[in-house]
Design a protein around this ligand. Structure first.
Ligand code: C2E
Ligand code: CA
Ligand code: CA
Ligand code: CA
Length: 276
């Protein structure tokens, strides 16, 4: 994966190779991209397995570069995560999301949207304060946003991560573990944290129809998560047979192309009218 290869470059050489065109575009072009409107946010529906209705969305950033066209988020996020760029991107995504929530909550009053939070952003001591300020600015409750963190974020600085997750909890923000299963954290460790849900990584979900090992991993993860009081979300669900199997396992929420690809902002109201 691009994210890992970018990390590998840093770990191996001790510095980021800043010479490839994409890296130059990201490292030197972000401010201009933000001011010229090259970045946007798309929203992928999270569907309730039990009802088939919309339970929320995940906000995903998009960057259409004037020279390179659409950039892969996995790639430009990995580059932005090396420096301050990721703060600017997160600030943009959270603000867009809150502005939209303001409108969309008139259709679904308790609608919430999940945003992805990188380690550098979460671990900043001012982060809960910054988020609280934005919520005030938009006059929205903490419950309107959810934050997705990967297991690796918890490992960077576990003590500080817990402190900050607790502070977010105090303002009503729930935290979920993204890409669950790709890291090394045990459910016992996760249970000791103020986490509300696990998002099971796409790599386990993708072939559960044919791969018995992944069937066991996914079904037992869902069972254990529920025993520990955690909700479960499966990402990357692309067909009905996979959905049926996940429903049988008791998975709470589904995200994937079977229901919808990430939707441009303009299409969300139409989606909500058809799917709530
Ligand atoms: P992620 O957080 O695991 O997001 C889910 C990714 O899976 C998204 O890719 C989504 O478009 C894709 N996806 C959803 N359903 C399906 C499906 O059924 N099949 C397949 N094959 N893919 C599906 P996307 O939008 O390219 O984002 C890639 C990654 O970039 C995200 O993975 C996340 O790690 C990162 N990212 C995206 N937006 C942001 C952001 O605003 N902030 C941060 N920090 N990271 C972001
Ligand atoms: Ca995510
Ligand atoms: Ca994910
Ligand atoms: Ca992922």
């Amino acid at each position: 994966e691009a994210k890992n290869s970018a990390k590998a470059v840093v770990e191996f050489t001790g510095e980021l190779d800043t010479t490839t065109p994409l890296r130059i575009a990201v490292l030197s072009g972000l401010d201009q991209a933000l001011s010229e409107g090259q970045l946007s946010v798309v929203y992928q529906p999270l569907m309730s397995t039990a009802t088939g209705l919309t339970g929320g969305f995940e906000a995903l950033v998009r960057w259409t570069h004037p020279e390179f066209g659409p950039l892969s988020p996995a790639e430009f996020i990995a580059i932005a995560e090396m420096g301050e760029g990721i703060r600017k991107i997160t600030d943009f995504v959270v603000r867009q999301t809150l502005a939209n929530l303001k409108v969309w909550r008139r259709i679904i009053p308790d609608l919430h949207i999940a945003v992805n939070i990188s380690p550098r952003v979460l671990l900043d001591h001012h982060f809960p304060e910054i988020i609280e300020g934005m919520l005030k600015e938009f006059d929205l409750p903490g419950e309107s946003i959810v934050m997705e963190l990967t297991e690796s974020t918890l490992l960077v600085d576990p003590v500080r991560a817990v402190e900050i997750i607790n502070m977010l909890g105090e303002i009503g923000i729930k935290v979920e573990i993204d890409d669950y299963g790709t890291g090394y954290s045990s459910l016992a460790y996760i249970k000791s944290l103020p986490i509300s849900a696990l998002k099971i990584d796409r790599s386990f979900v993708a072939d559960i129809l044919t791969d018995e090992t992944n069937q066991v991993i996914v079904s037992s993860t869902i069972k254990m998560a529920h025993t520990l009081g955690l909700q479960t979300v499966a990402e990357g669900v692309e067909d009905e047979a996979t959905l049926m199997l996940l429903r049988k396992y008791g998975c709470d929420m589904i995200q994937g192309y079977y229901y919808a690809k990430p939707l441009p902002e303009k299409e969300v109201v139409g989606w909500l009218k058809r799917n709530v």
